[in-house]
Design a protein around this ligand. Structure first.
Ligand code: ZN
Length: 131
């Protein structure tokens, strides 16, 4: 596990904070850290609501990156209280493909922090409607 993954882990862990905001909104059960091409780390947490108004931690972190003027992703890490790492859901993968058509294959995803297993988005989604 290299230093950058460690920094991403610490950044995501710092915002991991499961809590109830209202009778209709919970958040923080999942936290994500996205490394941009420039080397900055952006974080986000999942927000769960009634009527599907919420967002995954990964997309929240990507939107944070976009808000700060960047749009190219190098790495993605997500974590929960009981396990670390894993593949982003289909909606998050779709956003990454649409942000980086032709270049998304190289995005690195941490699958398991404990073993250091990493896959690329290209390996996870080899055939996409955007080539
Ligand atoms: Zn997702």
């Amino acid at each position: 596990m290299d230093k950058i993954w460690e920094e991403m882990y610490e950044a995501a862990k710092a915002v991991l904070n499961a809590r109830k905001i209202s009778d209709y909104v919970t958040c923080g059960e999942v936290a994500a850290a996205v490394l941009s091409k420039s080397g900055k780390i952006y974080t986000g947490v999942c927000i769960d609501t009634c009527s599907t108004l919420g967002i995954c931690a990964e997309r929240n972190a990507i939107f944070n990156m976009i808000t700060n003027g960047e749009h190219e992703i190098a790495r993605v890490l997500s974590l929960m209280e009981d396990h670390i790492g894993g593949a982003p859901c289909g909606a998050c993968r779709e956003l990454m493909v649409q942000l980086m058509p032709g270049k998304y294959h190289g995005i690195e995803i941490l699958m398991d922090y404990t073993t250091g297993r990493v896959m690329t988005l290209g390996e996870l989604t080899p055939e996409w409607w955007i080539k």
